[in-house]
Design a protein around this ligand. Structure first.
Ligand SMILES: [Zn+2]
Length: 166
């Protein structure tokens, strides 16, 4: 963004509220860069953890996740995304944690939720190339170094694993 969308004047970098931000030289417009919420779900199924290869990022495995839509809360978004990507029906148990992700052109806030699977048969949906069940250790390995991975590790530590460790 180079020009103010309000008044078309130039945007310059300056410190506002303790942080350097792009702001209009003429009016009050500031590019705040507020994060966009993403809801993600840890889903246990058939003794393992469900991961997907999203169509948008086919090289990686991730927790089922997606943008929160207008009018939804994060829980509703997670339930919807799990259904779309894995065909499973879940309900939300609790918030695992929230994680800021700073990409060059977009800040995200990744909201990870613990779920309980209440129905459906696992199969990849429209938004996923693949949906599979992994053991806890495989899932940790697949997600290592990612925000999904951090969320999964917090989940496992907090729940002390009811499921069988294989
Ligand atoms: Zn302006």
């Amino acid at each position: 963004m180079k020009y103010c969308p309000e008044c078309r004047s130039e945007l310059t970098r300056r410190v506002i509220d303790g942080k350097e931000r792009l702001a209009c030289v003429n009016c009050d417009f500031v590019v705040w860069g507020n994060p966009v919420p993403v809801a993600a779900a840890v889903v246990e199924y058939d003794g393992g953890i469900v991961l997907v290869r999203p169509r948008a990022k086919p090289a990686v495995w991730a927790l089922p996740a997606g943008y929160v839509e207008d009018g939804e809360n994060a829980e509703q978004a997670a339930v919807r995304e799990v259904k779309e990507e894995t065909n499973l029906d879940v309900r939300i148990n609790r918030v695992i944690g929230t994680y800021p992700i700073n990409r060059p052109n977009k800040a995200l806030i990744y909201i990870a939720l613990a779920t309980e699977t209440i129905g459906g048969e696992l199969r990849a949906g429209d938004d996923a190339l693949e949906a599979s069940i992994f053991t806890v250790y495989q899932a940790i390995e697949k997600l290592r170094g990612t925000t999904s991975g951090k969320a999964l590790e917090s989940y496992l530590m907090a729940d002390k694993l009811q499921m069988q460790k294989v």
